[in-house]
Design a protein around this ligand. Structure first.
Ligand code: TXA
Ligand code: MG
Length: 310
């Protein structure tokens, strides 16, 4: 997609004014504000109806722009070098003299940082003299937005501007890894954790249902399309929407496909759009057929499992 500098300028002006703007990232759209400003961060929580104890991810152009917001370590450098910019978020120790708003971190002494890859948002970040706090641009507990129209669906005119970056190329949120001590995965996401294991050359704990750290990606009601979901369905009833991994020969009007030829990356990219499409259809429940549980399939299954708690 071509970079329209006038649009980026418009987004910058609003952000400089401590307003919120929806921004495209390769994972999902973000609802962004100046991470140094309490006022901007408060607006994000209010718009999203997000509980204030749930901290925000801070988005940077690159490591230089991090300045001294958090304490870096060897594992961070190794992963940053190979994976950034990209669909991964690191939880680090916050530096006491960091300018990050305490509203964004909910006064915690840790900081979640990410370097998004989308060229439009990267261009925007080079022009700002502050990083962007940005949760996914959807209403709290619902599925994320992967296109400007999804953001509009959730927020209508409440958001002053959506910076259009087309459809997100990955389609599921970033993978979150806590690097403060022994590396630990907090949320599966758009980066296959095998890549992390290969780079760090170690086994990595998956702590996806911790009660200690509050990561709502881990909480029960989340990623919900607002309809009941039945997992691992063998048969799909006529009155339910079938969410099917791979397009087959059989065509039925209640079948919705995630991928044309059984590609897990394509399925992840389509997941949230298809769930939103089903929600808008006449079907009142969803039955999901089995989805392979490796690569991004693990992330898809994680999201659907959480959404099925609805
Ligand atoms: O792909 C993504 O990560 C997208 C795009 C916009 O960057 N953002 C996103 O943000 O998914 P959000 O707020 O919807 O999910 C961020 C998750 C939350 O579950 C939050 O609890 C967790 O990150 N988080 C934020 N700060 C944290 C911290 N200091 N320690 C542990 N978890 C943290
Ligand atoms: Mg979210």
């Amino acid at each position: 997609m071509k970079i329209n500098l006038a649009n980026i300028k418009k987004a910058k002006k609003l952000l400089d004014n401590r307003d919120c703007v929806a921004i495209p990232t390769e994972t999902v759209y973000g609802l962004a504000g100046n991470a140094y400003s309490d006022q901007a961060c408060k607006k994000i929580f209010k718009l999203k109806k997000r509980p204030k104890y749930n901290p925000l991810i801070i988005h940077y152009y690159d490591i230089k722009k991090l300045k001294n917001d958090c304490k870096l370590n060897l594992n961070f450098y190794k992963l940053y070098k190979r994976l950034c910019p990209g669909p991964v978020t690191f939880v680090m120790n916050l530096n006491k003299n960091s300018k990050i708003s305490k509203i964004a971190t909910n006064n915690k002494n840790s900081l979640a940082i990410r370097f998004p890859k989308h060229p439009i948002t990267r261009n925007l970040l080079t022009k700002l003299n502050y990083p962007l706090a940005a949760p996914s641009a959807n209403l709290s507990t619902r599925v994320s937005a992967v296109s400007p129209s999804h953001v509009k669906e959730d927020f209508g005119k409440k958001i002053k501007y959506i910076l259009n970056g087309g459809k997100s190329s990955i389609g599921v949120e970033s993978t979150i890894i806590d690097l403060r001590k022994k590396p630990k995965i907090l949320r599966l996401g758009g980066l296959d954790i095998l890549k992390i294991k290969k780079i760090l050359k170690m086994k990595i704990k998956e702590n996806l249902n911790s009660k200690k750290i509050y990561v709502p990606g881990q909480s029960k009601l989340h990623y919900s399309p607002g309809l009941p979901i039945r997992l691992n369905a063998k048969k799909i009833k006529d009155n339910e929407a079938g969410l099917i991994f791979k397009k087959g020969k059989k065509k039925k009007r209640n079948f919705f496909y995630l991928s044309k030829n059984g590609n897990l990356n394509e399925a992840a990219k389509n997941l949230y759009s298809v769930l939103r499409k089903i929600k808008k259809s006449k079907f009142k429940s969803i039955a999901v057929t089995k989805i392979p549980n490796f690569g991004l399939g693990k992330t898809i299954n994680d999201r659907l499992k959480k959404a099925s708690k609805y």
